[in-house]
Design a protein around this ligand. Structure first.
Ligand code: MD6
Ligand code: FE
Length: 216
């Protein structure tokens, strides 16, 4: 896979990179097939919020050595097993490891890939990815399926936001000063991509979890 040199960051926010069309249509279908295999072994489930138990509108699963999970009893955390099946998460598709090597500028591979599925109507409130010990590593995301309205702000939730559309094949990197920026998905636009037969959108976020030096 070659890096798309035409892609330039659209927003002058240090550490934030939007690479439109990073994966071409053929790579998107390959990756989707691999994610469907992951989901056959490690099904999407409905996570719930810490304390309130309110369900997320997205459904989740993971691949890689660790997965991000949330439920009322245990809160936000990383763990090596699917919370419902108790089985280890399937391994991460090589294509995702390759994307990470190309864009992350970090010496170690990602340990977790969170799979978020947005059915029509699902969204993701403004949040920071803050459950990782190692904040020097970026978070890298890959989008598949319908277009989504993404916002990114600063280090406080209430600050000004910039809005961009994430399309199928786009890669986003949150690193440097943007690593702890608030961001979220305001809506997914139905029928804007033919990739997912069932409609909706998949977002994959690749993270390094443990601090450098803490790995085996
Ligand atoms: C989404 N993305 O695109 C939500 N987080 O569905 C994220 O929450 C995200 O795109 C960290 C880094 C990149 C992201
Ligand atoms: Fe995030």
């Amino acid at each position: 896979m070659s890096i798309c040199h035409a892609a330039r960051p659209r927003i002058g926010r240090e550490g934030f990179l939007h690479l439109p069309g990073y994966l071409d249509a053929s790579r998107q279908s390959t990756l989707l097939g691999q994610i469907r295999d992951v989901l056959a072994a490690s099904p999407l489930y409905v996570p719930t919020m810490p304390r309130t138990g309110k369900p997320f509108s997205v459904r989740m699963s993971n691949c890689g050595p660790l997965g991000w999970v949330s439920d009322q009893a245990g809160g936000y955390r990383y763990q090596a097993e699917h919370p419902l099946t108790g089985k280890p998460w399937p391994s991460m598709p090589e294509l995702l490891l390759e994307v990470w090597r190309q864009v992350a500028d970090y010496p170690l591979p990602p340990e977790a890939c969170l799979i978020n599925y947005y059915a029509p109507g699902a969204k993701m409130g403004s949040h920071r990815d803050a459950d990782e010990e190692d904040a020097r590593a970026p978070v890298v995301s890959v989008s598949l399926g319908d277009d989504a309205a993404f916002h990114i702000g600063g280090l406080v939730r209430a600050g000004p936001k910039e809005r961009i559309v994430l399309r199928s094949g786009d890669v986003v990197v949150l690193g440097g000063a943007a690593r702890m920026a608030y961001h979220g998905i305001d809506r997914v636009h139905p029928g804007t991509s033919p990739l997912l037969a069932e409609g909706g959108r998949i977002n994959l976020t690749l993270r390094r979890v443990r601090a450098l030096g803490a790995e085996r």
